[in-house]
Design a binder for this molecule. Sequence first.
Ligand code: GLN
Length: 454
Amino acid sequence: DAYLTAIDAHNAAFNAYVAVTHDIARSMAKASDERLASGKGGALEGIPLGIKDLFATKGVHTQAASHILNGFKPDYESTVTANLWADGAVLLGKLNMDEFAMGSSNETSYYGPVKNPWKARGSDADLVAGGSSGGSAAAVAAHLCAGATATDTGGSIRQPAAFTGTVGMKPTYGRCSRWGTIAYASSLDQAGSISRDVRDAAIMLKSMASTDLKDSTSVDLPVPEYESALGQSVKGLRIGIPNEYRVDGMPDEVEKLWQEGIAYLRDAGAEIVDISLPHTKYALPAYYIISPAEASSNLARYDGVRYGLRVPGKDIIDLYEKTRAAGFGDEVKRRVMIGTYVLSAGYYDAYYVRAQKVRSLIKRDFDLAFDAGVDAILTPATPSAAFGIADKEMAADPVKMYLNDIFTVTVNMAGLPAISVPAGLDNQGLPLGLQLIGKPFEEETLFRAAYVIE
Ligand code: GLN
C-alpha cells in the first residue's frame, strides 16, 4: 500500500511507470501475507517490484514502450518474472523504457521521457534518467519500488543506474533466460536488475537466474548463493585497469572518480594491474551494425496481423506499411533501415561479417586479460553524468547519443557480466558510477568487489 500510494502521488513527476497494477499488487501481497503466516515465505516474499515493459507479464500491459504493440497483453509470463513471482515478489506495474530498448536517454519511448529524480545543484531543469531502462532506474531512485527488472543489450542497465545513483547488474549472457523478454538484439540482450544496493542486486539475481529449456542460450549451471559473496575480502583479487578507457574529452571528475575507486580497492587489499584491451575503439561501430541487424530481423514480426496495432490498408502490403509507419518511432525506424542495409546481399560481407570479426577480437581482448590472471576490470560506467532532456547536441546527432555506451557495449559484445555501482558525485552534485566487469559466470566476484566500493 505504501508503494502504491507513493506511485499514485509521484509517478506523474517522473513518468517511470507506464502501467500500475493496483489490484494485482494487492492480491499478490495478500497471498504473500498468507504464505508468511503459514511459515512458507519465499526469498522475495512480499517484496514489491517494478518490471520493465520489455518483459511479458500475463494479462498485463506489455508494449516495449512502443505504439506498435498497442493494447498487447500476452497470455504467457516471461521466465524471469515467473521466477520472481515463484519466490513471492509482488508486481507493482510496468516501467517506462526506450522503445524496444533502443536508446540511452529514455526519450524514444512512446510514453515520453522519464525524468531523473536527481537535479543539478541550484538548477530546476529536468535531466534524463538514462536508457533504455530509465523507468526502472528512476522508480528505484525515487523509492517507487523496492527493486526493478531491467535489460541490457549495450549498457541499458548500467548507464541508467549510473545516472540515478543506483546499482545496475548485467549478468553473463545466458545467466537469465530471455524467454518472454521482447527481443531487441538476441545475441546481446540480457536481463538483470536495478536496485538500491549491491545486496539487493545479489538477492534479485539469485531469483531471476535459471536454466530454461525454452531459451537454448540459457546455461545449465547451478545458480550460486550470491549473497554469501558480500563482505568477503578482496585481498589478492587482481583488478585490471584498461588504458583504452581513458577516452578523449572525458571530464576530469570521471577520471578522478576512477582513481578513487582504484585507491579504494587497493586499500582493501586488491592488486591493481594495468591491462590493454586494444580493440575497444571498434566496439561501438561494430555494435551499431550487429544490434540493428538483429533488430531488423526481430522486429519483422510486427506487421499489424499478429500483435497490437493494425492500420487497415487496401491490401496486405499496404496494411504492413501503414501499420509499421504509424507504429514505430523514428529511432526504431532508423535501426530497422540500418539493419536491413547491413544485411543486404551487396553489403553483408562489408559490414555484418566484418562487425562479427571485430566482435571476436573484442572478446579475445578480454579473454587474454583474464587468462593473464585478472579477476575483474574496473572502469567508469559512463563518460558523463546525466544530461538534460531534449539535449540539442544529442538530438541533432544520433552518434553523440550512441557515445554514452562507449564503456558498456564491449561487455555485451563479449557476453560478460558487469555491475555499475554509485561511486560519487560530479561538480554539479549528480551521481556517477563505476563499472566492474567480470569473467563469464563469475558474478560473485563482481558482487564481492562492488560491495567494497559501494
Ligand atoms: N543505448 C544502446 C542502444 O540504443 C543500448 C540499449 C540497450 O542496452 N538496450 O542500442
